[in-house]
Design a protein around this ligand. Structure first.
Ligand code: C2E
Ligand code: CA
Ligand code: CA
Length: 266
């Protein structure tokens, strides 16, 4: 039984190692691409920005979702070159298609810890001539688990460069208020867990209302993500939420399609 178990583990490890090598190969082979999902102003419904989401089209395995390959890329360190590819691609694609809105890029904790992260970001911004005022990095609370001091100092530095910082997935992790006290962030992304249907939707609403009030006092703006139904918007508006993102309005889509959305009627 133990032997079998170990073999199982071995296979799993081997599979993950294979996929990690495949990710590095896939970057050069042009198998990765980005989809963009619109972020709207809750009041006038204008599109203020968009989130870049990574897609992998594997030659044999087909489409592999980020929830599957991002953890493996993080574990193996492949997220470092992949993350730089994402940033450079976002800058080039946004400029080439004249998107002219703020783009949010997901940054893994592993990337933040990479020694030359700040230098590399600066270099990519210079090379692509992308305006720093139109760039936002999304980080999750897990970025602060291993080395909080380092993460804080890197984020402060990025903020000084003019990049805005968003805290992603608030409500799903520890949602630590102690952390929030010192965290250098400009935007908070509130997870759909607060307003999606649950046993008692009023409880979620009450919690969310207080969080939004508190966060506003700290001069942090709020984005509700995972908004799936139009009727959730009324509540979010009354709670004072600034921006909304979700399947109720736009799904993530390739850049050409997204460009048409931007050109279309509000
Ligand atoms: P995330 O950063 O929380 O991104 C939002 C995810 O929610 C996306 O999934 C998006 O397609 C999905 N979503 C948007 N609106 C709705 C909605 O109304 N309902 C529901 N149920 N889902 C919605 P996706 O694209 O599969 O990405 C999954 C995760 O993979 C992301 O979660 C992020 O953690 C990670 N990821 C994606 N791209 C990157 C990247 O370039 N770098 C890094 N480090 N992570 C990435
Ligand atoms: Ca995100
Ligand atoms: Ca999120």
């Amino acid at each position: 039984k133990i032997c079998w178990y170990e073999r199982e583990m071995d296979d799993k490890t081997r599979q993950r190692n294979m996929m990690a090598a495949d990710i590095r190969r896939g970057i050069h082979a042009g198998e990765f691409s980005l989809h963009y999902q619109a972020i709207r102003n809750i009041k006038d419904r204008s599109i203020t920005g968009y989130e870049a989401l990574l897609r992998w089209q594997h030659p044999q395995l087909g489409t592999i979702p980020p929830d599957v390959f991002i953890p493996i890329a993080e574990e193996s360190g492949a997220i470092v070159p992949l993350g730089y590819w994402v940033l450079e691609q976002v800058c080039n694609e946004s400029l080439e298609n004249g998107l002219n809105r703020k783009v949010s890029v997901n940054i893994s904790p592993v990337q933040l810890r990479h020694r030359s992260f700040i230098e590399k970001v600066r270099e990519i911004l210079m090379r692509t001539a992308y305006p720093v005022s139109l760039l936002e990095f999304e980080v999750t609370e897990t970025a602060f688990v291993i080395n909080k001091q380092l993460a804080f100092s890197v984020l402060h530095h990025l903020q000084k460069m003019g990049i805005s910082i968003a805290l992603d997935d608030f409500g799903t992790g520890y949602s630590s208020l102690g952390l929030l006290k010192d965290l250098p962030i400009d935007v908070m992304k509130l997870d759909g867990v607060f307003f999606r249907v649950s046993v008692d939707v009023n409880r979620g609403h009450t919690i969310l209302k207080y969080i939004i009030d508190m966060v506003k006092e700290l001069n942090i703006s709020t984005v509700a993500e995972g908004v799936e139904r139009e009727e959730q918007v009324e509540f979010l508006k009354s709670a004072g939420c600034d921006l909304i993102q979700g399947f109720a309005f736009y799904r993530p889509m390739p850049v050409e399609q997204f460009e048409e959305v931007l050109d279309g009627p509000v």
